[in-house]
Write a protein that binds this ligand. Structure first.
Ligand code: COA
Ligand code: ZN
Length: 345
């Protein structure tokens, strides 16, 4: 029975805008701007930030400066600065850059794995196994991300048996305790989330499940609530809702961090994050990218943020139409609204 209230339960949000968010951006964000953004995010109360990827710079040129970003950030005590990696080379780079945690990635979809990591899922699993062994010798925290867990744009439905097989093998053969089920192109829906999380919890009870949703079909936050109902408390989200895998056709942004925190706090979940700091950071990111981003709360404001009533002119319509060039548009009222940018779509 769904209650829709968190009753103070703590929810952990990993911020992925600097990794998933930037990996498919046409604009290359300068290293110092990334560093500034991470430092802003560190100050928001978020406890885990994915800083970059240690992948081939040819595959993801947007994140080729991962070492320099790690080097430049101010590390705030209590914040975990994580990175994504697909193999031993990535793990070596993460260790020397002093990442706090490495997120090892493979896809549950054979076709997506080949497109994204240029090998079979089995070969990527072995690359993870090798990287996990190196992590153990270096005392590095690790987690795994299983892309296309809720469906694949190239293959369609991914069988639950495949997800369970990879979760079991990731846990038993590599010692990974935390696995993120990733909805790479927004194919999840609440009933599927509950079903799959239930199956994984049953077959891998020692695994801590995280959920990574993209809002490609507008179901992102609904999926989070389905995940909460199924007992998950770890979620990924990206500031301003940017993101997407460049090797997954049709990929669009992650669920939006500040929209998610806003929704969770209304529902009495505790995130420990200062929403105002996040909203400011989201506007800063939008400015940096020079484009309108999918985030909504940064445009609309919090639920009870007041707006002045529109001024109604008692005169006849003709005189109003004569003033149409200065009349307010149907967007936020100028001079009071939190943002005057036009929402996308
Ligand atoms: N970091 C930096 N360079 C790496 C690397 C890593 N983790 N792994 C491999 N490389 C380099 C190799 O050294 C080699 O360099 P060279 O050509 O200068 O000798 C080159 O990449 C090719 O190596 P190879 O093992 O043949 O890899 P590949 O070309 O088959 O690519 C991956 C495999 C996994 C490295 C690449 O597809 C990749 O990085 N994908 C990541 C995609 C991604 O991040 N997607 C979004 C997140 S889900
Ligand atoms: Zn993603």
């Amino acid at each position: 029975m769904t209650t829709w209230t968190g009753q103070g339960v703590e929810v952990h949000v990993q911020e992925v805008a600097l990794r998933d968010g930037l990996q498919s951006q046409a604009t290359l964000v300068p290293t110092e701007k990334k560093i500034e953004l991470i430092d802003r995010l560190s100050a928001s109360g978020l406890r885990k930030i994915e800083v970059s990827s240690f992948v081939s710079p040819r595959a993801i040129p947007q994140l080729a400066d991962a070492e320099a970003v790690f080097h430049g950030i101010t590390r705030r005590p209590g914040v975990i600065y994580a990175a994504l990696a697909p193999n031993v080379r990535g793990m070596e780079r993460a260790i020397s850059a002093r990442a706090d945690e490495v997120n090892l990635v493979m896809s549950a979809s054979e076709s997506h794995n080949r497109a994204n990591l240029r090998s079979s899922s089995e070969a990527s699993f072995h690359a993870i196994k090798e990287a996990a062994a190196l992590a153990a010798t270096a005392g590095m925290r690790i987690a795994a991300s299983l892309s296309c867990s809720f469906g694949c744009p190239l293959e369609g439905e991914i069988q639950a048996t495949a997800i369970l097989k990879w979760c079991q093998r990731l846990h038993e053969e590599t010692g990974i305790h935390s696995i993120s089920l990733c909805d790479t192109t927004g194919m999840a829906y609440p009933a599927l989330v509950q079903h799959l999380v239930g199956l994984v919890r049953k077959s891998c009870p020692a695994v801590s499940i995280a959920l990574h949703f993209h809002n490609t079909r507008g179901l992102g936050v609904a999926n989070v609530f389905a995940g909460l109902e199924a007992g998950v408390i770890h979620f990924d989200a990206a500031l301003a809702g940017i993101g997407g895998c460049p090797y997954a056709p049709g990929a669009t942004g992650n669920i939006c961090t500040e929209d998610l925190i806003h929704a969770l706090e209304l529902s009495d979940y505790r995130c420990g994050v200062d929403l105002d700091v996040l909203i400011e950071a989201a506007r800063h990111l939008e400015h940096l990218l020079g484009q309108t981003t999918p985030g909504q709360v940064m445009k609309a404001g919090r639920r009870l943020q007041g707006h002045p009533a529109a001024k109604h002119d008692a005169r006849e319509p003709e005189s109003l139409s004569g003033r149409s060039s200065t009349a307010p548009t149907d967007g936020p009222v100028q001079g009071f609204a939190t943002s005057t940018r036009t929402p996308r779509g």
